[in-house]
Design a protein around this ligand. Structure first.
Ligand code: CLR
Length: 399
């Protein structure tokens, strides 16, 4: 019962792809997708979306009070969403299936110092292949702001508003840490929203966000972001949200948290402070926060690490970009075979793959402490974490 409203030869290929998704269980990264829906970019590049507004990231620490800093964290977070979830559609015409990283794949980048905001560095490593898990660390040393997290997905197929859709539950979280000039540290636990991939019948997948995500601060402030856009609810406007920031609860009382601020609007456009109607964020194309700054990455010739993402996938990406899908498929098969051989050799020697930048830990005290603030929300109170250990080789800025 799926229809692709196009008369192209791609139509029937797409229809059978949709049928295969509908009956598929497991992770989508294992599913073979038609060539025209393949993206030339690996998932290890995605954590860079967290910092495409490096000036907002740096400015968090300049907030004068815990309340002001909580608001700055929320503003920065909302401003990342457009880059995380919609700009691929503008760049590539629709959401596409990213390359599934190999174990140990790394992605390094940075945002140079500019206007006194300081330099920000990014280190990403694929820390698991089955299931795919990506860990990342983003740090602006001079400002004392860092973000660390890991990300995995659980996908399922469902009918949402009568349209066949892929539901993506994001597993994992990030923790933002700021160190104030006084030496005092604050932490913010950031949970991740659920994704609905809609537009499948038309062969033009796009992301809508659903349900809630949270930012819980060690200072007690809590932001609850509710996603209400169309494709999930019956709302006719896409990408809408409402964020409420509540006051720290006194440990002695069990009263309800008092809302301090409410922001409403579209996360890929304008949102306002509902109390005084002033603009909170404007991430729209020409909005004040619309400009995003792509991460700076060393040219492929200069990439030294063994599985540096763009170097590893160079032939595959080029094949996808230029429509030479046979070339892409062949090199992808080569990479996957090599991985299988490596795993087999490790098994034989009784060894395991050694991660470079992260170490898996059973629990993280910061997560355990802050997750308690979210105990009635369905966010798990305990999660595995990846501790960051080593920096990437530094790429100097050329003037
Ligand atoms: C990865 C973590 C980022 C945010 C993000 C954005 C898009 C998501 C991606 C995450 C995970 C993989 C994803 C992708 C959109 C489509 C793709 C869910 C969560 C799936 C695997 C591909 C589906 C195939 C259809 C397009 C046909 O911070």
């Amino acid at each position: 019962h799926f229809f692709v409203k196009s008369s192209s030869a791609q139509g029937s290929v797409w229809t059978s792809f949709l049928k295969s998704i509908a009956t598929f269980s497991g992770d989508l990264s294992n599913l073979t997708a038609p060539p025209f829906i393949l993206s030339p970019v690996s998932l290890t590049e995605f954590p860079a979306y967290w910092c495409e507004h490096p000036e907002l990231f740096a400015a968090i620490v300049d907030g004068k009070t815990p309340e002001e800093r909580a608001l700055r964290v929320l503003k920065w977070f909302i401003c990342t969403l457009r880059g995380q979830y919609t700009t691929r559609n503008e760049d590539m015409g629709s959401e596409k299936k990213p390359l599934n990283p190999v174990l140990g794949e790394v992605f390094y980048g940075h945002w140079p110092d500019k206007d006194g905001r300081g330099r920000t560095d990014l280190v990403v490593e694929q820390v698991s292949h089955h299931p795919p898990i990506t860990a990342f660390h983003i740090e602006n040393k001079s400002k004392g702001v860092s973000l660390q997290g890991h990300n995995a997905q659980k996908t399922s197929f469902s009918t949402v508003n009568m349209a066949p859709s892929i539901i993506v539950k994001q597993i994992g979280h990030s923790v933002l840490t700021i160190e104030l000039p006084t030496g005092v540290k604050e932490q913010y636990l950031i949970t991740l929203p659920k994704l609905v991939i809609a537009g499948l019948v038309y062969g033009k997948p796009y992301i809508e966000l659903a349900e809630n995500s949270y930012i819980a601060s060690s200072t007690g402030y809590l932001s609850t972001i509710a996603y209400t856009g169309k494709g999930w609810s019956w709302n006719s406007v896409a990408h809408t949200f409402k964020a409420v920031v509540t006051q720290p609860l006194l440990s002695s009382s069990n009263s309800k948290p008092v809302p301090l601020y409410t922001f409403e609007g579209q996360w890929d456009g304008k949102s306002i402070n509902t109390a005084n109607k002033t603009v909170f964020t404007n991430t729209g194309k020409d909005g004040e926060n619309g400009h995003k700054e792509l991460v700076t990455v060393a040219p492929i010739e200069a990439q030294q690490a063994r599985f540096e993402s763009r170097k590893l996938w160079q032939v595959v990406s080029e094949g996808i970009r230029t429509g030479n899908f046979d070339v892409a498929a062949k090199d992808k098969a080569r990479i996957e075979n090599e991985q299988r051989q490596m795993r087999a050799a490790e098994r034989e020697k009784g060894e395991t793959w050694q991660l470079i930048h992260f170490e898996r830990v059973e629990s993280d005290p910061v997560y355990d402490k802050l997750a308690v603030m979210l105990k009635d929300t369905g966010v798990p109170l305990k999660e595995d974490c990846y501790v960051f250990q080593h920096n990437a080789p530094v790429i100097e800025d050329k003037e």
